[in-house]
Design a binder for this molecule. Structure first.
Ligand code: PGA
Length: 252
């Protein structure tokens, strides 16, 4: 596992964008696993900027997002489809039919999960971009006795709804269910890029990556993956620097 700590947000964004764009430029049919939340916004901006400067085309790329709220329409401002269109897709030349997000409004949610898994099986992810929740969730795989491998419906924890309430008018408006890729689908990605920013993530990142591997901290399963790159800002990375663990410092 490679861990890099960045002095500034811009450096982190550009570095992460570079990793993703490298895959797009190298692969004939690149398949990117994407994430939402506050963490990737700057990365997507950096991708859009670099792609437009270099003329890199996404025409042959396919994307799969980790998750979506149950019940929100694609044009709902808090749906993850809306988020992805706003921050990334509409700025690239990627065909809409090649951008996949679980359909949280499907009439049969179980069938939607099976459909998503079948597509993922046919198009393995070259890379999966991940944020991490304060409770160690990845995607919407919440801490539990057992974790699911494939795409499934989850009941969101109150702490997750509370954390996401900042995007809604009121916490009651945050959906209480979501569709998410499972940890098995995430771990099947050839490469994983985990990004965390801010002091409030420092402890959970440390616990997930150095503590016991447990379903109580879903991100701890990333320790079993052979190709994980962890990108942290200075605040999220401070615990690593303080305990002397070898981390790479990136300076501008
Ligand atoms: P955030 O969410 O990027 O908004 O902090 C990360 C997550 O919950 O996975």
């Amino acid at each position: 596992m490679k861990i890099k700590v960045f002095a500034g947000q811009d450096e982190l964004d550009r570095y992460a964008a570079g990793l993703l764009l490298h895959i797009v430029s190298q692969q004939e049919r690149p398949v990117l696993g994407l994430a939402t939340g506050s963490t990737p916004i700057g990365i997507y901006q950096a991708m859009v900027q670099a792609a437009s400067q270099s003329g890199l085309s996404f025409r042959h790329a396919t994307t799969y997002n980790l998750d979506e709220y149950v019940g929100l329409a694609p044009d709902h401002e808090q749906s993850y489809r809306y988020y992805m269109e706003k921050h990334l897709f509409r700025h690239l030349d990627i065909p809409a039919s090649q951008t996949h997000i679980p359909d949280g409004r499907a009439v049969d949610l179980q069938a939607e999960c099976r459909r998503y898994d079948a597509m993922l099986a046919a198009q393995p992810l070259d890379v999966q971009l991940l944020g991490i929740g304060h409770n160690g969730h990845i995607g919407f795989n919440e801490p539990a006795e057992e974790l699911r491998s494939g795409t499934h419906v989850v009941q969101l924890k109150e702490e997750t709804r509370a954390a996401n309430a900042r995007f809604f008018n009121h916490q009651d408006e945050v959906p209480d269910r979501a569709l998410t890729m499972g940890v098995g689908s995430i771990l099947k990605a050839k490469q994983i890029i985990l990004v965390a920013r801010g002091a409030d993530k420092a402890q959970i990142v440390k616990q997930a990556l150095q503590g016991p591997i447990t379903t109580r901290v879903p991100a701890s399963l990333l320790q079993t993956h052979a190709h994980v790159t962890v990108l942290l800002d200075r605040d999220a990375g401070r615990e690593w620097m303080e305990d002397g663990t070898k981390v790479e410092m990136a300076h501008s």
